[in-house]
Design a protein around this ligand. Structure first.
Ligand code: NDP
Length: 503
């Protein structure tokens, strides 16, 4: 089978997709064995050659059509995102659909320039010239999580396709139907069907994809699985990009605009039910504004409406039942160790109340482990220096945030924080800026997606070096002569030694 179809006539190992808000089964997909994964990669590889042969401008024109069909069918995709992912309609529109449509628009406009050969000026060997050529890698394997089941894998897919690759996508077993819907749109946009394959299944299907002869792997998921993926790619010498977990700190300075900071922290901690790798995961508030900040965030949290995400609510359900149990445990542990539950803290099926904890300490699990749920732990600190030290005291470094009215101070603090991206006076948003690089330091990952770097990473960078003038031979070729040695030494001293006029 080249691509998965939602069907009910499947073996017992079939995966049933469930609406997390209602428990209603939505459809089934197969848990594909390795042979089917290999067949999908082979089909994609065959389709890739004709695709790569087209000029990048033609590929961009064709991919642009994907955004047009997506926007025409937006309600249908939003409906499935809400039902399968538990997210609100506004989140499905803003964080999934619009984000992808904009990414398509941006890269189809700029890719021809970004992927054009780049000259490399040679500083010494002026008689020669170099340039870099970006050649599609072949088949890109995309392995995706469940929190943004559309924007993450489809954003990667679009970039890979524009660069001239084929894609085989392994969606999370929690949200497979939305990947199948994305392929329907791809086909409706008149793109070559074999160029984009979906392989459904559990972790084993992801492992089989890495073993199926792909040329590049883009993995987004947890640190634990990321390490397995890196090892599997290393074994096969397949280059990979790893977009892993986050534990975003927020440093709230004494001079912060507390109104804006409280709103940003509330949205940054609870959007998508906190299931965002860039979510606000720990807040360090300096003593002078701490109590006021806790009170404002708590007040805002209490006002949020949680419920069936198909209705007009602010917070929907969490996508995966095991994640809810993890969040529940972290909150209980924090309270048992002395944190104060300002609001929330309870589970109702697959809904977890928006929760604010104060009195947190750095040694609590809730401040150290990724929560990936709607919980905002707040800790009082004596100074901004202490906040920066604690922000950096983590094995993760994806996103970080600073709030201050003094922009210069904000940038100074931002530059001291160990993270892939630090935002001053805002949260989350840069994933929606396709021109900026996205990725982490430390165990938050390797490599970058989005931006010119992410697009070029979808290619092999090949270096061409050629002559500009015709010489019979290079001076350092055979035969080696003493005269050449003396001339080269004189020349090298002139170039690299202390200059006579500097004596
Ligand atoms: P997982 O690591 O559990 O799963 C990610 C994907 O890997 C899934 O498709 C999963 O399949 C698959 N997989 C599981 N085992 C293997 C294996 N051995 N080889 C290959 N693939 C495998 O992550 P989650 O889905 O739980 O996603 C949440 C995590 O993702 C969080 O830590 C979050 O921070 C991170 N994330 C990072 C982002 C970033 O940009 N840095 C963005 C979004 C999320 P299956 O689901 O079927 O098990």
């Amino acid at each position: 089978m080249g691509s998965a179809q939602a069907t009910s006539a499947l073996p017992s190992s079939a995966i049933v997709s469930i609406n997390p808000a209602t428990g209603e089964p939505l459809g089934e997909v197969p848990d594909m064995p390795a042979a089917e994964v290999r067949a999908a990669v082979a089909k994609a590889r065959a389709a890739q050659q004709a695709w790569a042969a087209q000029p990048v401008e033609v590929r961009c024109r064709r991919v642009l059509r994907f955004a047009e069909v997506l926007m025409a069918r937006a309600e249908e995709v939003i409906d499935l995102l809400v039902r399968e992912g538990g997210k609100t309609r506004l989140e499905a529109l803003g964080m999934e659909i619009v984000l992808v449509a904009d990414l398509v628009r941006y890269f189809t406009k700029h890719a021809p320039e970004m992927l054009a050969p780049t000259p490399v000026p040679l500083h010494l060997m002026k008689h020669r010239a170099s340039y870099l050529k970006y050649v599609p890698r072949g088949v890109v394997g995309v392995i995706a999580p469940w929190n943004f089941p559309f924007s993450i894998p489809i954003g990667e897919t679009i970039m890979a396709l524009i660069a001239g690759n084929a894609v085989v996508l392994k969606p999370s077993e929690v949200t497979p139907l939305i990947a199948i819907k994305a392929r329907e749109i791809f086909i409706a946009a008149d793109l070559p069907p074999d160029l984009f394959q979906i392989v459904t299944g559990r972790g084993g299907t992801g492992a089989a994809l890495i073993d199926a002869g792909i040329d590049f792997c883009v993995f987004t998921g947890s640190v634990a699985t990321g390490k397995k993926v890196a090892a599997a790619c290393g074994e096969r010498l397949i280059p990979c990009t790893l977009e892993l977990g986050g534990k975003a700190p927020v440093v709230v300075c004494h001079d912060a605009d507390l109104d804006r900071a409280a709103q940003a922290i509330t949205w940054g901690g609870f959007a998508n039910s906190g299931q965002v790798c860039a979510s606000v995961e720990r807040v360090y508030a300096v003593a002078s504004i701490h109590d006021e900040l806790v009170s404002r965030v708590t007040h805002l949290a209490k006002e949020l409406r949680q419920g069936d995400p198909a209705q007009e609510v602010d917070i929907g359900a969490m996508a995966w039942d095991q994640q809810v149990s993890h969040v529940e445990k972290l909150v209980a542990d924090a309270v048992a160790h002395g944190a104060t539950l300002e609001t929330g803290g309870h589970r109702n099926g697959q809904f977890f109340e928006p929760t604010v904890l104060s009195g947190c300490r750095q040694d609590m699990d809730v401040m150290r482990k990724e929560i990936f749920g709607p919980v905002i732990p707040i800790m009082k600190v004596e100074s901004e220096d202490e906040a920066v030290r604690l922000a950096n005291d983590s094995h993760l470094g994806l996103l970080a945030y600073v709030f201050t009215r003094d922009r210069e101070r904000g940038r100074r603090i931002a530059e001291r924080i160990e993270a892939g991206t630090v935002m001053v006076n805002d949260v989350l948003n840069t994933y929606a800026c396709p021109e900026t690089p996205w990725g982490g330091v430390k165990q938050s990952g390797i490599g970058r997606t989005h931006s010119i770097t992410g697009l070029r990473d979808m290619c092999e960078t090949r270096h061409i070096n050629h002559d500009r003038v015709s010489l019979a031979r290079e001076v350092w070729w055979y035969p080696y002569k003493d005269g050449t040695f003396r001339a080269l030494l004189r020349g090298a001293r002139l170039l690299f030694g202390k200059r006579p006029w500097q004596r």
